[in-house]
Design a protein. Structure first.
Length: 450
């Protein structure tokens, strides 16, 4: 039996129940005429924003705990990023980083390297997005190993360009209509302790998933000496904010070492302080060969980075890989400042406020039978909603809760089959965390009651 929560006493101005308003509706209409169909989840039309708060064109205020899909690490319009961005915009923006030199690019790379394990011995290739960071990582792994095949995981999301789409395996619609994909990609099982693959023993999920690679993939379809890389998210993002069972990443590291395979960690969503450490893999004490970063890295500007062990990156010949916009002066200046903020305060805040947010969300487990699992690290937290009678993911409930949150002034997103994700700016305060949980609880209670 679900116990309904108490209604918190926010003023009526907190509850934009009449959304979308007339101005938002008008813009949605114009958008539909000129923009290709995308996956808009609810009709939020942003007007301006600050920190963790967003106002729409009709003047409604929202608490933002999705941060533009885990991007705005420092929140909206952080004064330090605004200042640095404005100064750089007036100095120069672009001078083709793969062909010429510029200091913002070097400073951003120096800071990134300093924030990698050991603080040295890494080299950076800048690009413009997560999918490009993955493409660069896989290209480097193939180049240095001379091998063709790549292993990724069911539930993974690595991007939409053809190489990374071939690794992506979280929803059929992402691949439907786009085959054939890149040959030589294989998928294995991610060690999801809440939903162990193929009904395996939850206590042995790590062993089961690792054994599948070595005892099934490697002995049937995919000879290990032809595998260039294993690509893994330290926490699966789009796949449902799944924290792998302990020992999974360490097991992959050992497996890669045994077979001369490059371990690529996709930190596009989990990196840059979001989990309370700089990189998600640090929670497992492993060091990958190559790291792909993006999203939070630019504080809202488009940037991606492949960060590789120096001796690997050095193997590329001039011109082996390149692009036009990577190392853009504006994005790199803002990225450097963002990384300073992450190091100085945001990472610690993500750990501290994330623990509080998770504890408050954990409190919902005994109150709602529909809350199957609360999981995450730092400010990367997922709440999986289930059908209590079967334990199956309740996709419709998750969609309804997301829409109801919007009407209650809270911006969240779903991921996986039925998970509501909390990936707010890393500036979230304890009070904002509490407000987010209260609004979420109200929305959940309303949907459950309906
Ligand atoms: C883990 C992960 N990798 C890669 C990507 C692709 O990033 P982008 O959309 O910037 O290409 C995403 C995007 O959601 C992601 O979550």
């Amino acid at each position: 039996m679900t116990t309904l929560p108490e209604i918190p006493s926010y003023g009526s101005d907190y509850m934009p129940t009449d959304v979308p308003g007339p101005k938002a509706r008008a813009l949605v209409e114009r958008d539909g005429h000129v923009l290709a169909p995308m996956g808009r989840v609810y009709p939020l039309v942003i007007d301006h924003a600050a920190g963790c708060e967003v106002w729409d064109v009709d003047g409604h205020r929202y608490l933002d705990v999705n941060a533009g899909i885990a991007v705005l690490a420092a929140g909206h319009c952080h004064p330090r990023l605004v200042r640095v961005g404005q100064e750089q915009l007036a100095r120069f923006t672009h001078m083709a980083g793969t062909d010429f030199y510029n200091e913002p690019m070097v400073k951003a790379a120096e800071k990134l390297v300093a924030l990698m394990p050991g603080g040295a011995g890494w080299q950076v290739f800048f690009c413009n997005s997560g999918t490009e960071a993955i493409e660069a990582s896989v290209k480097l792994a193939r180049y240095v190993t001379g091998r063709q095949n790549v292993i990724a995981f069911y539930g993974a999301f690595h991007g939409r360009s053809y190489g990374s789409l071939s690794l992506t395996a979280s929803k059929p619609r992402q691949r439907r209509g786009f085959f054939p994909l890149l040959p030589g990609t294989f998928h294995a099982f991610y060690a999801n302790p809440y939903r162990p693959p193929l009904g395996s023993d939850p206590a042995r999920v790590t062993e089961t998933c690792l054994a599948f690679i070595e005892q099934t993939l490697f002995t049937t379809t995919c000879p290990p000496e032809e595998v260039a890389a294993i690509v893994v998210e330290p926490i699966q993002g789009e796949g449902g904010y799944v924290v792998p069972a302990p020992g999974f990443l360490a097991g992959l590291r050992a497996l890669c070492d045994r077979h001369g395979i490059m371990l690529i960690c996709d930190e596009v969503q989990s990196g840059v302080g979001r989990t309370g450490k700089m990189w998600g893999f640090e929670h497992e004490g492993i060091v990958p060969d190559i790291v792909a970063s993006a999203k939070g890295l630019g504080g809202g500007l488009p940037i991606g980075a492949m960060i590789a062990r120096r001796e690997l990156a050095q193997r590329w010949q001039p011109g082996s890989h390149g692009n036009t916009y990577g190392g853009n002066g504006l994005t790199c200046a803002v990225t450097h400042e963002l990384l300073c903020l992450v190091e100085e305060e945001l990472m610690a805040n993500a750990a501290r406020v994330g623990a509080r947010l998770k504890a408050r969300l954990d409190d919902l487990l005994p109150r709602f039978a529909q809350v199957g699992c609360v999981r995450g690290r730092g400010l990367m937290i997922g709440v999986e909603l289930i059908d209590p009678s079967s334990g199956a993911p309740d996709h419709d409930l998750a969609e309804a809760v997301m829409a109801e949150c919007f009407r209650k002034g809270l911006l969240v997103l779903t991921c996986g089959a039925s998970t509501i994700r909390f990936c707010p700016p890393l500036t979230l305060t304890a009070e904002q965390a509490d407000e987010a949980v209260e609004r979420f609880t109200l929305a959940l209670a309303a949907c459950v009651a309906a």
